[in-house]
Design a binder for this molecule. Structure first.
Ligand code: BMP
Length: 457
């Protein structure tokens, strides 16, 4: 593990706030020119174009991945010059997809690290002993990073390579790599990798040109999306990168901002807590105070609104579940121009004895909003109350799914859960941003995994 590489990645990302790594593979072949001077001119022109591109993309992209076509075409001296020119703006990954015996890998790696690459990509399939080990120990000596490739994005990857994903992942992790390259076109692999190795960095290629949508790999748990042609070959790469960043945000990257704001306002805590359901938990999410923090309240309610708009669901009313679901639901309803009602925690002791405050007409569809879901107990109570009054409930929405059977329990009663983030994802963000320690993060993830099947109510 290279602390320097991990820190570099995190420092640059803090500055850019971008989860994009540019794959730099410009179509160019200087060897088609037979005259040595012309060939060299072509190289220098390409190097100048690359530098111009990297100047344009400064602040929009955090890392640059350079593959073999450019390394072959330019030669290492020009690649070194590019890295030196842009060293302050990006982290640089070389992608030779190494797959030789350790001795040869070491010879290659030494040159690539020497010219300034911060990390390189190696096939996990070659195994540790006499394979990956030589590169990992060289990387440790030179204070550099190593990324393990355990699956690929193209369709043929499922014929053989991706079938062995779990074994390969274990090999790469055991070898001590800093992160993994996991294809966006097989998103379940991203999620299982993040769950198995929460503190590793995941880079996902395959978005854009290869078909996966921008933001989809991040939503599945990746830390970075590797994007090549969609940006580099666009008529205006910077404008395209900005559009992609916007798309990524719309597919949920606001999660990062929400997670930070939650941490800043002490709405997420680690320790020992007793939940409403009676279960013990090593972390606690308390969103009751969110309306007191305008920035956070606006971020959260805007995220509910954006998700509802993108799903295009139709419903007549929004009902908030007391306590935290009431202010959140009320503002979401207001922003969407829908009537609002709410469900009390306890029945009124006088008057109507109803759990429901507000208007609902039989046959109307109601979207139920709460802050978080554990087993789904409070939401099911609210759903029943609405149904008793003749309302239809097909969807319930929360900010955080604590992944303890809530979605399944709701599904059993015919209600689909929409959650903006899982607790694992929230914790991942807090860990990556340094709000919680590695020990606490791993403890929480272990707890989430172990309590996944808790479905009792
Ligand atoms: P593009 O966005 O233009 O499809 O580029 C994807 C980049 O990611 C390329 O540099 C490719 O070598 C790399 N890549 C990939 O596409 N799939 C993989 O499984 C692994 C990769 O490194």
């Amino acid at each position: 593990m290279s602390k320097t590489f991990v820190k570099l990645v995190s420092d640059i990302t803090k500055r850019t706030d971008s989860r994009i790594v540019l794959a730099l593979d410009p179509p160019f072949n200087p060897y088609s020119l037979k005259n040595p001077e012309e060939r060299q001119r072509e190289r220098l022109n390409t190097a100048a174009r690359v530098k111009k591109l990297l100047t344009e993309l400064d602040g929009l992209v955090s890392g640059v991945k350079i593959g073999l076509p450019l390394v072959f075409g330019l030669g290492l001296d020009l690649v070194e010059d590019i890295i030196n020119t842009h060293r302050k703006s990006y982290f640089f990954i070389c992608d030779p997809k190494m797959a030789d015996i350790g001795y040869i890998n070491g010879l290659e790696a030494a040159q690539l690290y020497e010219i300034g690459f911060d990390a390189l990509i190696i096939h996990a399939a070659i195994g540790i002993k006499g394979g990956i080990d030589e590169v990992v120990s060289l990387a440790e000596e030179m204070d550099k990073g190593v990324l393990g490739l355990c699956a690929m994005s193209h369709p043929g990857a499922s014929e053989h390579l991706n079938k062995h994903y779990n074994e390969l992942l274990e090999i790469a992790a055991k070898a001590g790599v800093d992160g993994f390259v996991v294809p966006a076109t097989y998103p379940h692999l991203i999620t299982s990798t993040k769950n198995a190795y929460p503190s590793s960095i995941i880079f996902s290629p395959g978005v854009g040109t290869q078909g996966a949508s921008f933001g989809s790999a991040l939503a599945a748990g990746a830390d970075y999306e590797i994007i090549g042609r969609s940006i580099a070959q666009a008529p205006s790469p910077a404008a395209r990168a900005k559009e992609i960043l916007k798309e990524i945000k719309e597919t949920g990257i606001d999660i990062q901002k929400i997670a930070l704001a939650l941490a800043k306002h002490n709405c997420v805590m680690v320790g020992e807590f007793k939940l409403t359901s009676g279960l013990m938990s090593p972390y606690y999410i308390d969103l009751r105070a969110t309306p007191s923090h305008q920035d956070l309240f606006d971020l959260i309610t805007s995220a509910y609104v954006a998700e509802l708009k993108s799903l295009g669901l139709s419903f007549d009313r929004i009902a908030g579940v007391a306590t935290a679901g009431v202010p959140i639901g009320a503002l979401v309803a207001y922003k969407l121009n829908k009537p609002f009602l709410y469900i009390r925690r306890e029945e009124r002791t006088h008057g109507t004895k109803s759990l429901i405050e507000g208007v609902i007409n039989p046959g109307e569809s109601v979207l139920i909003v709460d802050d978080a879901i554990t087993t789904g107990g409070s939401l099911l109570k609210a759903i029943e109350a609405i149904r008793e009054r003749g309302g239809k409930v097909e969807y319930a929405m929360v900010l955080v799914d604590r992944e303890q059977g809530g979605a399944q329990n709701l599904a059993k009663r015919g209600v689909k859960l929409i959650s903006l983030m899982t607790a694992s994802r929230l914790m991942q963000e807090l860990y990556l941003k340094g709000f919680i320690s590695k020990e606490d993060y791993e403890k929480v993830i272990k707890y989430i995994k172990e309590s996944k099947n808790v479905q009792k109510l």
